[in-house]
Design a protein around this ligand. Structure first.
Ligand code: ADE
Length: 418
């Protein structure tokens, strides 16, 4: 078997330019790469990663390889692969890569199987498809996996469900839950890149539009703020009362999706849950409504329901836009086939923010080789989180204060009051 499957190796030169451009905005990861090449903490470790194949991910792969690992990368989504990056990974960086933009479900899982046939000691996952396939189809190889790192909220939720069921047999690290990941990547990364994806797909003007955000987790928060910043009237829908209240006090209109469906011009789901937009909502939407998703899986919009309700579908009325026509003369437009619009129609989160997420991934891969973790979902240690924040501040040229001895004593005492 050849050790790659990509769309077109001829695209390598463009991919390399984009990888090196992204690298300029990933100084924390670069500093880790330099240390890794001296120390080789991952020497001879087989490592399989199932991540979005982007320029930023390429720089993580280079870092892991510099650390001595034998690295393989497969796609974590059929539509997010940047074919030029995949080509450059193979051609310029010698990294085994299995990812073709637009691959069908069978090929997607063939690629995941290639990643597991590699018999990795460490795995990196974005959405937990690799770990879940390891447990269901490769039981004999589970004991060979020392640890897995999980990149996204949806993946962590899945892994926690596995642990709850007693099904999780390997240690996993919830990289997503580190402060230097979800407070930045989920919020500022998803916020900006989702708006970017919707605009690149449609060229819509956000100013003056009613923009409905489904879900007010860190991703929803980022998206709502960025859409507001571009002049949209933002409506938030939620199922969790504390988050809904936060959205209210952050100044957003909060209502049920049933009510929002009537007034929205643009809808974007970011809940990590299923069937957030359903036929009962499509039936009420305005003619011309745009519907997108930026959650990990393409289950947040009930696409089957949309197909059933429509009496005609015009595919690709513009790149990434399918028109669904209803018998009453209305049309709604589904963007990016309901897959994460920030990676399908744009380039995912900018390098500046992936710098922190992927610094955590690299540091936790190293940590997992030095520490024996039990089969459970583990947090990123606080000192690693703080290290990434400090390094990022340093690269931004920002100095902060340190606690004085007096402050340290005060914080550790309980006797002093009014
Ligand atoms: N997830 C979101 N944005 C990403 C990016 N640019 N690279 C890899 N994974 C991502």
């Amino acid at each position: 078997m050849t050790d790659y499957h990509i769309a077109d190796v001829e695209l390598a030169a463009e991919g390399k330019r984009r990888i090196l451009w992204a690298d300029r905005n990933m100084p924390v990861l670069t500093s880790i790469r330099e240390r890794f090449s001296d120390e080789e903490p991952l020497k001879d470790v087989r490592l399989s990663a199932c991540l979005h194949v982007t320029a930023e991910t390429a720089n993580l792969m280079r870092t892991l390889k510099a650390g001595g690992a034998d690295v393989l990368l497969c796609a974590s989504n059929p539509l997010s692969t940047q074919n030029d990056v995949a080509a450059s990974l193979v051609e310029d960086f010698g990294i085994k890569t299995y990812a073709v933009n637009g691959e069908d479900r069978e090929t997607y899982y063939d690629h995941i199987r290639a990643a597991l046939d590699f018999k990795p000691k460490i795995t990196l996952d974005d959405g937990a498809d690799l770990v879940s396939t390891l447990h269901s189809d490769y039981p004999e190889d589970i004991s060979g996996v020392r640890c897995s790192m999980e990149e996204t909220t949806t993946g962590v939720i899945r892994l926690e469900a596995m642990a709850q069921d007693g099904a999780l047999k390997i240690p996993v690290v919830a990289v997503n839950d580190a402060d230097t990941k979800h407070l930045f990547d989920n919020q500022y990364g998803t916020g900006q890149s989702t708006v970017d994806g919707i605009i690149r797909a449609t060229d819509v003007l956000l100013a003056g539009k009613t923009f409905v955000v489904g879900g007010y987790g860190m991703c929803g928060r980022g998206l709502a703020n960025r859409a507001r910043g571009m002049g949209a009237h933002v409506v938030v829908t939620e199922v969790e009362p504390v988050r809904a209240l936060q959205a209210v006090m952050d100044g957003f209109k909060v209502m049920s999706m049933d009510d929002a469906a009537i007034i929205g011009d643009i809808f974007c789901t970011v809940t990590g849950n299923t069937t957030v937009l359903t036929t009962q909502h499509f039936e009420k939407m305005k003619d011309g409504a745009l519907i997108a998703n930026s959650g990990h899986f393409n289950v947040e919009i009930n696409i089957e329901g949309l197909e059933m309700l429509a009496n005609k579908v015009n595919r690709n009325v513009r790149n990434y836009v399918d028109e669904y026509l209803f018998s009453d003369g209305r049309s709604v437009y589904l963007l990016g086939e309901g897959r994460l619009i920030n990676l399908v129609a744009a380039e995912g989160h900018p390098a500046d923010v992936m710098d922190m997420s992927f610094a955590l991934q690299a540091l936790m891969a190293e940590y997992s080789m030095k520490n024996d973790l039990t089969p459970a979902v583990h947090s990123v240690p606080r000192e690693v989180d703080k290290l990434v924040a400090s390094l990022k501040l340093q690269t931004m040229g920002i100095e902060i204060d340190a606690l004085s001895d007096e402050q340290e004593t005060y914080l550790n005492s309980w006797e002093e009051g009014t």
